[in-house]
Ligand binder design. Structure first.
Ligand SMILES: [Zn+2]
Length: 247
């Protein structure tokens, strides 16, 4: 824990260099519009509030990674470093499924989320795959171009094999899209996977969204699946949370 606080202090020092007009004892944080439905939003936080916020974001990311491991049979654990630039994946087999391989995509999105709170650019991530006895199997760099290839590979994998885990049929009558619910960006609520929620699933990209997400408007109607259920049930069907609305 002490190590983490120290690392956050290092990040904090980076941030204060990035923020012009920095006043002692306060952090001005601008969260970009992708992570706040109110558009670019600036917050003035005390140092302890800021460190607590980073810790909350980090815990939220770790919880998502733990949930991913539960759904993927060949993953034992995924541990990010403090800034989410390096993810260490412990695997029990090298025969990863297409969905497991595409998890790199989600880790990249998690780095994007962390980078927003650190006022940094996402210059890509490193993913180290290790065995259970800590032998490094491989290391991959994931940037935007690698991601696009991963997305394509995942979509074609789904198109060639039937998504057999899909158990219920999409509703044919679209439900009205509720008005956006403002989400206070600096305190992401820990996702409760047991709460039933309305989601829009994209049957083509295998991503799922909150109904208010701007990506939903760009989606073809035939790809939309209006789904009410728990977050974990959506993930169990092989869907990944959107990087914009973070459902
Ligand atoms: Zn979305």
């Amino acid at each position: 824990m002490k190590k983490r606080i120290l690392s956050f202090l290092v990040m904090f020092l980076l941030v204060i260099q990035l923020v012009p007009g920095f006043a002692a004892g306060a952090v001005q944080l601008t969260v970009p519009s992708e992570f706040s439905i109110d558009g670019n939003t600036s917050y003035d936080l005390t140092i302890s509030e800021y460190l607590r916020l980073l810790d909350t974001v980090h815990s939220g990311i770790q919880a998502e990674l733990d949930a991913m491991c539960e759904g993927f049979p060949h993953f034992d654990s995924i541990k990010p470093n403090d800034g989410c630039t390096v993810f260490t994946v412990t695997v029990n087999s090298t025969a990863l499924t297409a969905e497991e391989k595409a998890a790199e995509n989600r880790m990249y999105e998690m780095r994007d989320q962390m980078a927003a709170y650190l006022a940094e650019d996402n210059n890509g991530i490193q993913i180290d795959y290790k065995t259970q006895n800590d032998t490094l199997l491989s290391s991959s760099k994931v940037g935007v171009s690698a991601l696009l290839l991963l997305e394509e590979a995942q979509v074609s994998a789904y198109q060639s094999g039937s998504p057999s885990k899909t158990s219920s049929q999409p509703k044919t009558t679209p439900t009205p899209t509720p008005a956006p619910t403002p989400v206070p960006a600096p305190t992401p609520a820990p996702s409760n996977s047991e709460t039933t929620c309305s989601y829009i699933l994209n049957k083509n990209t295998k991503k799922f969204h909150y109904p208010w997400c701007k990506s939903v408007n760009q989606m073809k109607e035939k790809n939309k699946w209006y789904y009410d259920g728990t977050r974990s049930s959506v993930i169990d069907m092989g869907y990944k949370p959107c990087g914009n609305c973070h459902p």
